[in-house]
Design a protein around this ligand. Structure first.
Ligand code: FE2
Length: 424
């Protein structure tokens, strides 16, 4: 199906579902539009939600944003019911799009729909599982379990619908987009949701004055979100800058480190490596040849023809030189340094710099060794073209258990990773 068609279908589906969810919520738990206290609570939470929307931050390169509007919306679920919460989502998002003329219309319509849908579904889950809707007081033991469910439903619908549409727009897999969008922030967001419980309880006890108490932590949170995201971005930018520096030295390795890092992530996933370790391996893969920026290598890297024994010794030193450079970044953990240091160690112990063997070599280094070799074979060199996938597979099988960890090769072959990465 054409990309545009898929995107339009995904956006239309979200809009249709949001309308359906609002109708169901409105019909089964009608909002108390005639009640003055209900309207006051609605106005207070809507104001909070609009403020949060205006403070939204850009999260990923795909243009998705993160804001704290889920806090007033989830408080709305408890104080106003599902239809009220959905209206807060709808109106605050509608209000924020008034100031955002750069976004295309369908993107704005999608944002409004997905926000409304998330709040409505969270509300419906909450009331269906016995959560009390009240402006007066809460029995916390009755509220807690349905609230937790509402939080889970809210984020599942929110991140799920955004990933679905972004994946349709990019032609990538929903799971990959979800990990990119939600991976780093969802635990933080779910933890922060408990502020919604506090806001609802305080509102029930003290009325609108609570907005003053809520705004201060919201600003604090927004600030810490911002600093966190900026730091992450700065780290990524710095790493990429370092990688570009290596590649500027060695004209034949353009894009090599990024490809190795991407393949390492794919292999790590196949092997069931946990997310945190996976990220460390990706970083190490990105930086594995950073040692080559040392001036000692500039001549060798540009040299055509064979190396002298001295030059070969010098090349064998690049993992250690890399570690010396990367060590200066304090936020990079020891495991990443070890992955870099040992990325030329062989499973049979014939590698360098130390001749480690088998499981003594960190898993990250073993994976990088495989990816490094795959990339070298699948890219063209001045003396030969890129090798076909069938030849690469033969090489991997030939050195399985010798140069490479057999389990990694088995995982690569079983999942036909090469076929997927390099379709013929
Ligand atoms: Fe290397």
């Amino acid at each position: 199906m054409a990309l545009d068609k898929r995107l339009r279908r995904a956006v239309n589906a979200t809009i249709a579902l949001s309308i359906l969810a609002v109708l169901v919520a409105w019909y089964l738990w009608p909002p108390l539009l005639q009640s003055q206290p209900w309207l006051e609570a609605f106005g207070t939470l809507l104001a909070l939600s609009i403020i949060s929307t205006l403070m939204a931050l850009q999260v990923a390169e795909g243009g998705t944003t993160s804001s704290l509007e889920f806090i007033p919306q989830l408080a709305g679920v408890m104080l106003l019911g599902p239809a009220g919460a959905a209206m807060i989502g709808l109106l605050s998002e509608l209000f924020s799009t008034l100031f955002d003329h750069q976004k295309p219309l369908f993107k704005r319509a999608f944002n409004i729909a997905q926000m409304t849908l998330s709040a409505a579904c969270a509300g419906l889950a909450y009331v269906t599982f016995g959560g009390p809707v009240s402006l007066d007081s809460f029995l916390l033991q009755q509220t807690f379990a349905p609230f937790l469910l509402a939080v889970v439903v809210y984020f599942a619908v929110n991140t799920g619908s955004v990933s679905y549409v972004v994946a349709a727009a990019q032609g990538s897999s929903v799971g990959d987009v979800w990990r990119q969008i939600a991976g780093g922030l969802i635990a933080f967001d779910i933890t922060m949701s408990f502020i919604a419980l506090v806001v609802a309880v305080l509102y029930a006890a003290f009325g609108w004055i609570v907005i003053l108490f809520a705004i201060i932590p919201l600003f604090g949170l927004r600030y810490s979100y911002g600093v966190n995201l900026e730091l992450q971005q700065l780290n990524t930018d710095l790493l990429r800058l370092m990688v570009k520096t290596i590649e500027a030295q060695d004209p034949y390795t353009s894009g090599h480190s990024i490809r190795v890092s991407e393949t390492a992530r794919a292999i790590g996933r196949l092997m069931g490596i946990r997310r945190r370790r996976l990220r460390q391996i990706e970083t190490a893969a990105l930086l594995h040849d950073i040692g080559k920026i040392d001036v000692a290598y500039s001549e060798i890297l540009r040299q055509k023809g064979g190396l002298t024994p001295e030059q070969r010794d010098l090349i064998r030193d690049h993992p250690d030189r890399g570690v010396e450079i990367v060590k200066s970044i304090r936020s990079i953990p020891q495991v990443v340094l070890d992955d870099i240091r040992f990325h030329h160690e062989r499973w049979d112990g014939d590698g360098y710099p130390t001749g480690l063997k088998g499981d003594q070599i960190p898993i990250g280094a073993r994976i990088i060794m495989v990816c490094d070799t795959i990339d070298a074979m699948t890219t063209a060199r001045p003396y030969r073209g890129a090798l076909p996938v069938s030849v690469v597979k033969e090489e991997l099988i030939k050195h399985r258990g010798g140069q490479f960890d057999a389990r990694i090769i088995d995982a690569v072959l079983e999942a036909d990773l090469l076929g997927r990465l390099f379709p013929e």
